[in-house]
Design a protein. Structure first.
Length: 110
């Protein structure tokens, strides 16, 4: 009976030690994840700043003109279009108009 009590006592001690070791391990893991979270948040903030800088309308317009050779449409290149739903005889066009730029593909292919 004494041996059984000693074995149960040893098992409880081992269980207690294992639990403490596991708590320490989980604590280290939590700290490592906190550091990684901070690093990822800094990276996210840097990417947001970079995205804002790259998607600025002035920068896009400058690159379109300088690198791609794009220019605003000239007079006569914009055609006004009004959409009319099929099968509705009582349709009255809305005051808003859609503007579509006409492409000169013959000049583009050269």
């Amino acid at each position: 009976m004494k041996i059984l009590a000693v074995l149960i006592g040893l098992c409880l001690v081992f269980l207690f030690v294992w639990e403490r070791v596991d708590i320490v391990r989980v604590g280290y893991q939590v700290e490592r994840l906190k550091v990684e979270k901070s690093r990822l948040e800094r990276e996210r903030d840097q990417l947001q700043v970079k995205f804002s800088a790259l998607s600025a309308p002035d920068r896009i317009a400058k690159m379109a003109t300088e690198q791609l050779g794009m220019v605003p449409p000239q007079k006569g290149q914009v055609i006004m279009v009004q959409a009319k739903p099929a099968g509705d005889p009582h349709f009255r066009p809305a005051p808003a108009e859609v503007r579509i730029a006409r492409n000169d593909l013959s000049d583009w292919r050269r």
